[in-house]
Design a protein around this ligand. Structure first.
Ligand code: FES
Length: 143
């Protein structure tokens, strides 16, 4: 199987079975984002305990790339401390800029988004959840 096919499968799987989807019973921070180009929207519910991202859930409507990206993002951030989460955000931005990312593991679900760089119009889709959560992770989230 080609790497591209494997990465495509990862994205399709996360779109069909989004992880951590839905409104949780409680959360600390809620952030909302919108892709102005298509109108797709996302809500992200974040819980932080002792500087650890203890939970991330999301809901919204979006294309396959944005939903899959949100799903991968929740799995990537849960359990990280805030500094590690900031690094994960910066790594994802790097991947979407098509740059080599030393910390990123090849074959990780996050790396599957490398292929999106071939479709510039979809980059905003992949970045929607990550850009939306940025302010919360950087300490400027609204409750
Ligand atoms: Fe709307 Fe992708 S088309 S986020």
């Amino acid at each position: 199987m080609q790497l591209d096919d494997l990465y495509r499968e990862v994205i399709v799987d996360h779109y069909n079975h989004p992880r951590n989807y839905g409104k949780p019973e409680k959360w600390d921070i809620l952030v909302e984002g919108k892709n102005p180009v298509c109108g797709d929207e996302i809500k992200i519910y974040i819980s932080v305990k002792d500087d650890i991202v203890s939970d991330v859930h999301f809901e919204g409507k979006g294309c396959s790339i944005s939903i899959a990206s949100a799903s991968v993002m929740t799995e990537s951030l849960i359990g990280k401390n805030l500094d590690e989460a900031k690094l994960a955000l910066s790594d994802f931005n790097q991947i979407l800029r098509g740059e080599a990312c030393e910390r990123c593991e090849e074959l990780s679900d996050t790396a599957a988004f490398q292929g999106v760089t071939k479709f510039p119009v979809r980059i905003k889709c992949a970045l929607l959840p990550w850009k939306t959560i940025e302010s919360a992770i950087n300490g400027n989230g609204k409750s």
